[in-house]
Ligand binder design. Structure first.
Ligand SMILES: Cc1cc2nc3c(=O)[nH]c(=O)nc-3n(C[C@H](O)[C@H](O)[C@H](O)COP(=O)(O)OP(=O)(O)OC[C@H]3O[C@@H](n4cnc5c(N)ncnc54)[C@H](O)[C@@H]3O)c2cc1C
Length: 343
């Protein structure tokens, strides 16, 4: 909507997500982003959430992690994400509170819902931001994201329209920390029946039962071009198995067809923030670092002592991955075996 209209736009809202009534972790990343923006603007942070029988502890956790207010809209029809009823209910929340800024995660839900709502509101939307800030003089939201194939970082703003809307790359920041006993307002409202119609019907949910999701994995082993050929990916895969880790790859590995695109980490792949990242034969290009440098502990194995990855590594091993990775795998397997025999 045009900013010059009579309405006063105020506060930062995030779109929290739920599944089966449980608040999803990505919501807490948005709370960290939203809290920083709200504090800079001297305004409030609210979380809106849509679902059915949403766990009340989850709503309180949103408050504990930084929200001043939670607005939960519930109906049986909102149990699973369907764009039309979700959008109708979200438009009601916007109409009720007139938020200045709305953030959602660049998940399937966020990427589908936000453009739909932005069009209805005649508002601007920047997709897949990796950074957000507030412009000092104007107070406008600076929405920063890679552009032109990742070769530049573009800063986008929406000076004339409100709300300012952005989706944010999952895992591009850490979740907000919990502060027990934080107080805030929780508003639970039933969705009006006339908001729940839609042309899409939810038939069935089929869970993805692959053992390790790269983005959610605690430990990630990544193979780079130093692995030399497709057959050698097993060296990384075996270490990943021994560490109970997900297997990732640099773009060089994916471009050569040694692993598929869902394994790619970096600017044009996935962003990961595991507790432990182990890079085997990865040089540490700026584009790769964009997808992993917020990992808690980074271990890198590379024959080149000057490799860029050592600049971000907590533990750097200058050496041949074909010696080091199998030795680590064997040692880990031995530990597992010893543990199982002493039980
Ligand atoms: C627009 C754009 C987007 C991009 N997006 C991505 C992205 O999402 N993800 C990504 O990864 N890249 C991306 N890239 C590519 C990126 O620029 C690099 O080319 C790529 O990350 C390099 O991959 P690598 O480290 O596996 O290979 P290399 O840079 O070739 O490094 C291989 C490393 O292996 C080491 N090595 C060799 N043999 C051994 C051995 N026996 N033991 C140990 N170490 C060894 C070498 O010393 C070297 O450091 C992008 C590029 C562009 C232009």
């Amino acid at each position: 909507m045009n900013k010059t209209a009579e309405t006063s736009w105020n506060g930062v809202f995030i779109l929290a997500e739920q599944f089966a009534g449980r608040v999803l972790p990505v919501s807490f990343e948005l709370l960290r982003r939203g809290r920083e923006l709200a504090d800079t603007c001297g305004t409030t942070l609210s979380a809106m959430i849509f679902g059915h029988e949403i766990c009340r502890d989850g709503l309180q956790e949103l408050i504990d992690c930084g929200a001043d207010r939670v607005v939960a809209t519930e109906a049986a029809e909102l149990e699973h994400f369907l764009v039309e009823p979700y959008a109708a209910c979200m438009l009601d929340v916007v109409e009720q509170y007139h938020p200045d800024i709305i953030l959602a995660a660049a998940t399937t839900t966020g990427r589908t819902l936000m453009p739909y709502v932005a069009v209805k509101l005649h508002a601007g939307l920047t997709a897949d931001c990796t950074e957000l800030a507030i412009e000092a003089d104007s107070g406008n939201l600076l929405q920063i994201r890679p552009a032109i194939g990742g070769n530049i970082l573009a800063t986008i703003k929406t000076p004339d329209h409100r709300p300012q809307m952005a989706t944010v790359r999952p895992h591009s920041t850490r979740p907000a920390e919990r502060v027990d006993g934080r107080s805030g307002e929780i508003v639970c409202q039933a969705a009006p029946a006339d908001r729940l119609a839609g042309r899409v019907e939810h038939l069935e949910f089929i869970a993805d039962d692959s053992p390790h999701h790269l983005e959610d994995a605690d430990v990630v082993v990544v193979v780079g071009r130093g692995i030399k050929k497709g057959e050698n990916v097993s060296v990384g895969a075996e270490l990943a198995e021994a560490l109970d880790a997900a297997l990732g790859a640099s773009r060089e590995v994916v471009d050569r067809g040694w692993l598929t695109y869902p394994h790619q980490i970096g600017l044009s792949g996935k962003t990961v923030t595991p507790r432990l990242y182990v890079g085997l034969g990865v040089s540490g290009s700026i584009q790769h670092l964009a997808g992993m440098q917020t990992s808690e502990t980074i271990v890198a194995v590379n024959t080149d002592a000057d490799a860029q990855i050592f600049q971000v590594a907590d533990i750097g091993i200058v050496g041949d991955l074909f010696e080091i990775a199998p030795a680590l795998t064997a040692a880990l397997r031995q530990v597992k075996q010893d543990n199982s025999t002493t039980k």
